[in-house]
Each structure stands twice: as C-alpha cells, then as structure tokens.
Design a protein around this ligand. Structure first.
Ligand SMILES: Nc1ncnc2c1ncn2[C@@H]1O[C@H](COP(=O)(O)OP(=O)(O)O)[C@@H](O)[C@H]1O
Ligand SMILES: [Mg+2]
Length: 263
C-alpha cells in the first residue's frame, strides 16, 4: 500500500491565529484528523468555530502556525491544484464565460485543447442535469445550477481530493436536499476523497461517512462520529433520528458556548 492509499489527507496538530484590529484570535487549536481513501468527512460546528480555516489549511491556502498537513504522503507547502480542488458557497463563476467555459477554465490553464475541454465539461454537466445549459451564462442559470457548474469546474480538474465549504449553503432547503442526493451520486461515480464543511446536522448525516464535530472557537475536535448507514439514506429512519439527537446534543453545547463568548 502506498502512502496515498493509506491516507490522502493527514492533519497533524494544526493551529491558526489571526491578527485582527482588536487583537489576536485563535481560530483553530490543535486539530488532528486522518481522512481515509475515498472517504466523505464532514466538519460540523457552530459558525465561527474554525471550519473554513481548517479546510483552507488542508487546501494550502492558509498556512498553519503549528502542526502540518500531509497530502498523499507529502507535507503541504501551499495550494496543490494537481491533487486538491476546492468549491465554496459562493460559486465564483466568471460572468463572461458560458457554463461550458467556466467548467473548462482550469483545463484551459493546463493547456488542454478546446475539443478535449468541451468533451470533459459536457461529460460532467450532462449527469448534473445541465444538458442543454452549456452555452448559458451564469446570469441565465438558477442558483442551484450555478453551484453545480462550480462543482463541475472543481471536478473537471480530476483531483483525488475535493474540499467543499458549505457549497449548498446559499440554496433553498429543497434544492439543498436534491443537491445532496446528487453529490452522493457524484461521489459514487468518481470515488473522490471529500472533506465537506457544513453547519447543517441533516446535511452532515445525509452525506458523510464520518462527522467531525468541532468545539466553539478556538476550534478543536470535540468528537468524531461514524455514520455506518448505506446510501441513499432514509432521513426519516430511527437510526438517523438517534444520530441527529446525539449530534444535536454536542452541537447545541458548542453553539451555546459560541453565543455566550460573543455576547
Ligand atoms: N482572514 C481572517 N482574519 C481575521 N480573522 C479571521 C479570518 N478568517 C477567519 N477569522 C476568524 O476566525 C474564526 C474562525 O473563522 P472560520 O474558520 O471562518 O469559521 P467557520 O467557517 O467555522 O465559520 C472566526 O472568529 C473568524 O472571524
Ligand atoms: Mg465558514
């Protein structure tokens, strides 16, 4: 077994302090986590607990003050576009590019010819229900469609690791549930290793193999919970209700702490 097969992502005791005008803020304190190949791990916790910071450190976009990140056996020293793709809540599409050309943007930077870019982009957009929308501009697409285009753009890079920061956070609840179902399918087809940030219990339970519950700031790992339920998940099942109650107990405690410390 190679190092990459053993663990695509190893987070070792990372901490991060930000300097702000009102003093230093410790956002993340001593977080460790090993993500297994093909695993879907959610980071769950109250707003401001450092979830995005952990994800940005994994993505090499924020440098930890202590500890380190190891990607497929190599200590990370910055963004690694060959191995790690990111998708954020704000789809961040180029308004002057069509859906197809937004998806092909990274491929263009990699120097792929137009015909090949088109083939890859269409191959991603079609199963996402965006067949016929490839020539549309972002302003002509719904919020859910724009978000799918952004995710297609991240998938187009064909990296083994995908990091997603509340990618469905701006969508209405129904669209969000459908996008979750869709992501379960994408994941099955592409076998990526995914780290997914959310503050939604339901979303974490619907999608994850494991849920990392974070404490209120400074963010630490409070608990790591396995979700050994088959996909697609029945969100009305008693197992889900039990899990939700257990998770809510933990998240509630941390959300209260977060509210008290910001009061
Ligand atoms: N670039 C930054 N500069 C200063 N403070 C920041 C910065 N990014 C995040 N923070 C602070 O760090 C803490 C954790 O933020 P973040 O990682 O975004 O949490 P979450 O994603 O869980 O909401 C928050 O208090 C936030 O205000
Ligand atoms: Mg965040």
């Amino acid at each position: 077994m190679t190092a990459a097969e053993a663990a695509p992502i190893v987070v070792e005791g990372v901490s991060k302090r930000y300097q702000t005008p009102s003093g230093a803020v410790t956002a993340v304190d001593g977080v460790s986590l090993t993500v297994r190949p093909g695993e879907f791990v959610s980071l769950l916790g109250p707003s401001g607990c450092g979830k995005s910071t952990v994800l940005l450190m994994i993505g090499g976009l924020v440098r930890p003050d202590t500890g380190r990140i190891v990607i497929e056996g190599e200590p990370s020293s910055g963004p690694n576009p060959k191995k790690v793709a990111l998708a954020f809540q704000d789809p961040g599409l180029f308004p002057w590019r069509t859906a197809l050309d937004n998806v092909g943007f990274g491929l263009e930077l990699q120097g792929l010819p137009a015909a090949r870019r088109r083939e890859i982009a269409l191959g991603l957009l079609e199963p996402m229900g965006l067949k016929g929308f490839e020539a549309k501009f972002p302003r002509e697409l719904s919020g859910g469609m724009r978000q799918r285009v952004a995710i297609a753009r991240a998938l187009a890079l064909d990296t083994p690791i995908l990091l997603m920061d509340e990618p469905f956070g701006a969508l209405d609840e129904q669209t969000r549930l459908l996008m979750g179902e869709w992501l379960v399918g994408v994941r099955r087809r592409t076998r990526r290793t995914i780290v997914f940030v959310t503050h939604s219990l339901q979303e974490a339970i619907a999608l994850s193999d494991r849920i990392v519950v974070m404490t209120a700031r400074p963010g630490r790992v409070k608990d790591v919970i396995e979700v050994p339920l088959p996909f697609p998940r029945d969100l009305g099942s008693p197992e889900v209700a039990d899990l939700r109650a257990k998770l809510w107990g933990q998240v509630r405690e941390e959300s209260l702490r977060a509210m008290e410390s910001s009061a």
